[in-house]
Design a binder for this molecule. Structure first.
Ligand code: 4NP
Length: 144
């Protein structure tokens, strides 16, 4: 199974979501992340995301920001978005109902707040939200 985490820049939230979910699943699962804008393509995650992950024993420092491609909607089985803008942007790339069905908000009906203009506490809050969400996702995908 292939799972994709999506945010705006793919430097703050979705790299954390990728690292956290990977830490809960075996390598049979492929977990990647991407951003809906290409502005940060090729860059490592924001140092505040690297630091909060490290504090919780997860290394995301080798990740590189990628721009979401429409082919990702074919290639991945589940696509989790951090906020409603991401959800709208990803859904706009869907070519059919099957692709639309793969796409959801990672917190179901709530958003992961963008911590880009925030501080270390905001990144810790994002980590906690994503850790809980990834715990639930890991249980669901292992069952299926
Ligand atoms: P992310 O955070 O979507 O969680 O990676 C952001 C990264 C970059 C920008 C905004 C949010 N930006 O405006 O460049």
């Amino acid at each position: 199974m292939k799972i994709l985490m999506v945010c705006l820049g793919n430097i703050c939230r979705s790299p954390l979501a990728e690292g956290i979910l990977k830490s809960k699943l075996s390598s049979d699962f492929i977990v990647e992340s991407a951003g809906t804008i290409d502005m940060h393509q090729g860059k490592a995650p924001d140092s505040r995301s690297i630091n909060v992950a490290k504090k919780h024993g997860i290394d995301i420092s080798n990740q590189k920001s990628k721009h979401l491609q429409s082919k990702d909607l074919e290639d991945f089985d589940l696509i989790f978005c951090m906020d409603r803008n991401n959800l709208k942007d990803v859904k706009s790339l869907a070519k059919n109902e099957e692709q639309l069905q793969k796409i959801s908000l990672i917190l179901n009906d709530a958003e992961v707040p963008d911590p880009y203009w925030g501080n270390a506490d905001d990144f810790e809050n994002v980590f906690q939200l994503l850790d809980e969400a990834c715990e639930r996702i890991s249980r669901e995908v292992v069952k299926s």
